[in-house]
Design a binder for this molecule. Structure first.
Ligand code: HSE
Length: 310
């Protein structure tokens, strides 16, 4: 007998990781969203409650990232029942931490546990993508895939993305500093130039290749050299008050790299364990100078993604 209800947790994620705009991301398991899915006799999807750090989200399933993702899943699998969702947000709205993706991922993982014949994570990916598109106005997988699969994840292709988990050197810690402001992803995408100079593309291509090679070979010096976004960050940094000081503080205190998490305004840094607290404090000082309070987290990048927790 299949379950009547299930709760899933999906971690936050850091899109782009500086060098892989829309194709690279990593999970950040210190925070995340939880979604409970319960079978209903009534077909379709209802959202009965949204609680946690963000409550001002649509309750209409079609307009909600979690609701839209589950509608797609039910339309395809036709299980003969509907689903009621309750969403507990652990990820702040408009933070650049993949909150819309995490809700969509947690919702499909929880609903999948109710199905008589559950789908694979690869199959769930496309439904979560449909949900994410509701929030950001574009189809990209760099938050969805790490939240679903866990760890540092590269996606190749968009219709049926190939997903590959990339090893992260065990010494690496990720520092996240979230200033208390919102930056809608749509807005941060609209300002981006449609054309990029060839020499800049070459530089970014080398950085992406160098970064991935550094991860595969545990070469922290190469990661330090290549963890730089020369295309997107220069265009977005003016949207984040104090960004230059935050980044400078991180690098001066030993970070291997520091950039914008997803579309911002959260800023992340990769560093070695012993430097993490100093890096965090320097980053916070950059935002404090702008009068912005912050939340901070430090964690390892484990290859553990969304999962049923109840
Ligand atoms: N990769 C996308 C962007 C989504 O940077 O706009 C970020 O969450």
């Amino acid at each position: 007998m299949s379950r009547q209800s299930a709760t899933a947790f999906a971690p936050a994620s850091i899109g782009n990781v500086a060098v892989g705009f829309d194709v690279l991301g990593h999970s950040f398991p210190a925070i995340g969203d939880r979604v409970r899915a319960t079978r209903t006799e009534r077909p379709g999807v209802t959202i009965s409650a949204i609680t946690g750090v963000t409550k001002e989200l649509p309750l209409t399933a079609e307009n909600n990232t979690a609701g839209r993702a589950v509608l797609g899943l039910l339309e395809t699998t036709q299980p003969g029942f509907g689903v009621e969702l309750t969403i507990e947000k652990g990820i702040p709205l408009g933070s650049g931490l993949g909150g819309s993706a995490a809700s969509a991922v947690a919702a499909v993982v929880a609903t999948n546990a109710l199905l008589p014949q559950p789908l694979t994570s690869q199959q769930l990916l496309s439904f979560a993508m449909q949900g994410e598109a509701v929030a950001s106005g574009a189809v990209h997988v760099d938050n969805i895939a790490p939240s679903l699969f866990g760890g540092l994840v590269l996606t190749v292709g968009i219709e049926r993305p190939n997903v590959r988990q990339i090893p992260v050197p065990p010494a690496i810690r990720c520092v996240l500093v979230h200033p208390h402001m919102e930056l809608p992803t749509r807005e941060a995408r609209q300002i981006l130039s449609r054309s990029v100079h060839l020499s800049t593309v070459i530089w970014q291509t080398a950085n992406l290749a160098g970064f991935l090679t550094g991860c595969f070979t545990d070469d922290l010096a190469l990661i330090r050299e290549s963890l730089q976004d020369v295309i997107i960050e220069p265009q977005r940094q003016s949207l984040i008050p104090g960004f230059e000081a935050v980044k400078r503080g991180a690098l001066e205190h030993g970070a291997l790299g520091c950039s914008i998490s997803g579309a911002g305004p959260t800023v992340f840094a990769w560093c070695e364990t012993d430097d993490a607290e100093r890096v965090r404090d320097a980053m916070v000082a950059g935002f404090t100078a702008q009068g912005l309070a912050c939340d901070t987290w430090i964690c390892a990048i484990d290859a553990v993604g969304a999962r049923v927790v109840d």
